[in-house]
Write a protein that binds this ligand. Structure first.
Ligand code: ATP
Ligand code: MG
Length: 454
């Protein structure tokens, strides 16, 4: 993370995708900036600075998950989203909470592996090119083990070979060899034999995949086959890149990254809240909270890449908390989430903005989708108002599912066009408010129908 990613900058970035919810955006921006600040502080003090975990409280579909997702993208931090309700207390069937750290480590390893591969890309390309040229113009046969190194200055055959090689190099760059094939040792398609192994509960949780283990024991199957030159170059590039990447370094950087910048997003925390009802399936809810506690407080988790400390991982929890309240969480856990932010309900005006403004706005999505069929989709301003109005109305009259309602309304509205588009090539479809109202009226008028369809 860089110095330039200031809280203000982070909020601006989030604004590109999420409408409103400023309080939540500010909170996560500060939390993220504090990770960077912590890195600049002298080492002794750095150890002492704990991340300020956050709980985002708000009804469904108002942007909680979206904020966390965008945040992770922009910080290039290892990020994992888990659902609190998916975990079970240690000893019960289901995933134990430590698995989230193992998964996070797995994510970081692949993140750093691709960063490293990116870094060695140029070198890998060069080496792949050399290898391909070796295949195309095999080096001169050596005469006995003591043969002197060939010297193009005194060996006309060698000089010619070098010239040919350079000519091929040029042709390769110009793509003139693209139609040709070359024979090489390529990984066999359908690499590993399918082996089903039924592990006892929790096997996968040990972070040991049987497939991984066997993959190392069984020889990697390769086969000599002819492939087109461009494909050969790609295969060789991948091979060279893999050789150049130092996995030990990747793992140690991944561990560093997880421990200092990792973010765990715990969704549906409210589903495991509730301490008083100590009977039935609720018994394990408190159990899950108790299991979460050490991880959030900071402990060491055994992963297949070694021990990983969770002390400085940032936890962002979210939940609707409409039945239970944050105060229903066990007190120790409440203390671990010092920052609480509330996300507000989205009104019609917000819906209009959500439909049109974000980089990934629904209107932009549908327009782009239909453009692929050469159908131009246009929305008059009052059409968008009407969509927002209907979404708000249905949210009020049935169940409030927030911005997700826009998806169902849009899908229904454009059902006909989406179906007919291939036969409408070259046409422009312009929607106004009246047309929107008319298309959706049969459904919005009938509450029961709305419940099912929108
Ligand atoms: N404020 C917003 N701005 C833009 N888009 C939003 C906003 N709120 C929600 N959306 C869109 O609505 C959908 C659902 O949002 P999201 O997944 O963030 O909901 P949530 O708050 O996590 O709900 P839940 O409590 O059900 O998990 C996403 O497609 C998201 O892009
Ligand atoms: Mg969510």
């Amino acid at each position: 993370m860089s110095r330039d990613l200031t809280p203000r900058q982070i909020v601006l970035e989030l604004d590109r995708y999420i409408i409103g919810q400023n309080e939540a955006k500010r909170a996560v921006a500060i939390a993220l900036r504090n990770r960077w600040r912590r890195q600049q502080v002298p080492a002794e003090l750095r150890e002492e600075i704990a991340p300020k975990n956050i709980i985002m409280i708000g009804p469904t579909g108002v942007g909680k998950t979206e904020i966390a997702r965008r945040l992770a993208k922009l910080s290039a931090a290892p990020f994992i989203k888990v659902e609190a309700s998916k975990f079970t207390e240690v000893g019960y069937v289901g995933r134990d909470v430590e698995s989230m750290i193992r998964d996070l480590m797995e994510i970081a390893v692949s993140l750093l592996r691709s960063e490293e591969q990116e870094r060695v890309q140029d070198k890998a390309c060069q080496q792949a090119e050399e290898r391909l040229l070796d295949l195309l113009i095999p080096p001169a046969p050596k005469h006995g083990p003591a043969a002197p190194p060939t010297d193009p200055d005194h060996d006309p055959a060698e000089a010619e070979r070098q010239a040919t090689r350079e000519k091929f190099r040029l042709w390769l760059k110009e793509g003139r060899l693209d139609k040709r094939e070359v024979e090489l040792q390529a990984p066999d398609k359908g690499n590993l034999p399918m082996i089903e192994i039924l592990g006892g509960g929790g096997m996968e949780d040990m972070g040991i995949s049987i497939r991984d283990m066997l993959g190392n024991i069984l020889p990697k199957k390769t086969k000599r086959r002819k492939v087109p030159i461009p494909e050969a170059l790609e295969l060789l590039k991948a091979e060279e890149a893999a050789k150049l990447v130092d996995m030990e370094r990747v793992v140690s950087m991944a561990k560093e990254r997880v421990e200092n910048s990792g973010i765990v997003f715990i969704d549906e925390l409210d589903k495991v809240a509730g301490t008083s009802r100590a009977h039935g399936p609720d018994v394990s809810r408190e159990g899950v909270q108790r299991d979460l506690l050490p991880i959030i407080e900071g402990s060491t988790v055994n992963t297949k890449y070694g021990m990983v400390r969770s002390d400085h991982i940032l936890f962002i929890a979210a939940g609707a908390f409409n039945v239970s309240k944050p105060s229903d969480l066990i007190p120790e856990l409440q203390g671990r989430f010092p920052i609480r932010v509330e996300l507000s309900n989205l009104d019609q005006e917000a819906f209009v903005a959500i439909l049109t403004q974000p980089d990934n706005a629904l209107i932009k999505q549908y327009t782009a989708l239909l453009a692929t069929e050469d159908v131009e989709l246009q929305f008059e301003p009052d059409a968008i108002q009407e969509i927002a109005r209907i979404a708000t109305e249905v949210n009020e009259s049935t169940e409030n599912i927030g911005a997700r309602r826009l998806h169902t309304v849009m899908e229904k509205l454009l059902e006909q066009v989406s179906f007919d588009a291939p036969d409408m090539t070259g046409q422009t479809v312009t929607l106004n408010g009246e047309m929107v109202a008319k298309t959706l009226a049969p459904i919005t008028k009938d509450q029961d129908l709305s419940r099912y369809i929108l």
